[in-house]
Structure formats: structure tokens, C-alpha cells
Design a protein around this ligand. Structure first.
Ligand code: 5GP
Length: 173
């Protein structure tokens, strides 16, 4: 790796955090069968581990969005690159995201999904940065609060690389 990185969350910590999230979701959705919508690409590793910890029956779908310009300078408009394919009207829906920073991506996706009239809509994110928030987001399930640094690994990229790292690392930019 050409840039310097430092470990933030190891495999064991991530696994423990995800187990706790799954337990909460299992409790909250007892007797229900929510549709889980994964925001591509960053959340796919988290999603794969989270759903295998869940005991409730569930359906799965994917949405792909791109921010206009660099995500660190997002202006709040996201483009839907791939929409979901399941009809979620009247369904309980959970959006799964990798990391919330300004909140702009999640608010856009939340509003887009909400217009499809789900019965309920909640948000689950593995990571949250609190410093640069410009949009208020109600996060229902959160794994870890992380410092205001650029993180990679466990699905998160830098220039499309490093998504395959099994742990989460801080990258010195
Ligand atoms: P927001 O719209 O909340 O500012 O940013 C959310 C999106 O920006 C995330 O889905 C992710 O794609 C990207 N992002 C924000 N912070 C980081 C980070 O530290 N590392 C990586 N790899 N992506 C980030």
C-alpha cells in the first residue's frame, strides 16, 4: 500500500459490533420480515456479515448511488445508478449503509425510498462520523462512531481499492 494506514477496528471488534446490531434488529422485528436494502458498493461486506447473524426471515435488495463529484465534497444530490427491484410498498424496510459522514447520501436515499411507501423505514450503518454532519439523519442502528478521518477496508474503498481488507484502517491522506 503506498499510503500510510493505521488499524482502527480489527476483525474481532467488527464481529462483536455486528452481533450486537443483529440482536437488536432481531428483537425489534420479531414476527416481521423486513426488506433490507444495501447501499452499494461500500456496505456489501457489512451486509453479508450482518444478514448471516440475523434470525428473522428477511428479503434483500440493493441500490447503487453516486454522489456528484468527490464524496468528501458532496453537494447533497445523489444520482440513483441502480434502483431496487422489490416492491416495498407496505413493507418494513431497513437501509444498510457503510458510513455516515455529512449525512447527505443517506438523507437522499432515505427520501427516495420513502416515496415508495414502505410501512416503516429504518437506517442501519456500520460507522458514523459526527464532525461534518450537515443533514440530520436518524440512525436507528449504528455499529461504531469513528474519528473524522478517512477510513478504508471491510467494503470501504480509496479510489476503488482496499475494499477487501478484513479490518477497518485509517488512511493518512
Ligand atoms: P455522506 O454523504 O454522509 O457525506 O457520505 C457518505 C458516503 O461517503 C459513504 O457512503 C461513503 O461512500 C463515503 N465516505 C464518507 N466517509 C468515508 C470514509 O472515511 N471512507 C470511505 N472509504 N468512504 C467514505
Amino acid at each position: 500500500m503506498d499510503k500510510k494506514t493505521k488499524r482502527l477496528l480489527g476483525k474481532g471488534e467488527i464481529r462483536k459490533g455486528i452481533k450486537m446490531l443483529a440482536e437488536k434488529i432481531d428483537n425489534d422485528y420479531e414476527g416481521a420480515s423486513p426488506v433490507i436494502i444495501c447501499i452499494l458498493k461500500g456496505a456489501f461486506v457489512f451486509l453479508a456479515d450482518l444478514i448471516r447473524e440475523l434470525k428473522i426471515p428477511m428479503k434483500l435488495d440493493f441500490i447503487s448511488v453516486s454522489s456528484y463529484g468527490d464524496s468528501s465534497r458532496t453537494r447533497g444530490v445523489v444520482k440513483i445508478l441502480k434502483d431496487i427491484s422489490i416492491d416495498i410498498a407496505g413493507e418494513d424496510v431497513i437501509i444498510v449503509e457503510d458510513i455516515v459522514d455529512t449525512g447527505l447520501t443517506l438523507v437522499s436515499v432515505h427520501d427516495f425510498i420513502k416515496r415508495k411507501n414502505p410501512r416503516s423505514l429504518k437506517i442501519c450503518t456500520l460507522l458514523e462520523k459526527k464532525v461534518k454532519r450537515v443533514k440530520k439523519v436518524k440512525i436507528d442502528y449504528r455499529g461504531f462512531v469513528v474519528p473524522n478521518k478517512y477510513v478504508i477496508g471491510y467494503g470501504l474503498d480509496f479510489g476503488e481499492k482496499h475494499r477487501n481488507l478484513p479490518e477497518i484502517r485509517i488512511m493518512e491522506l
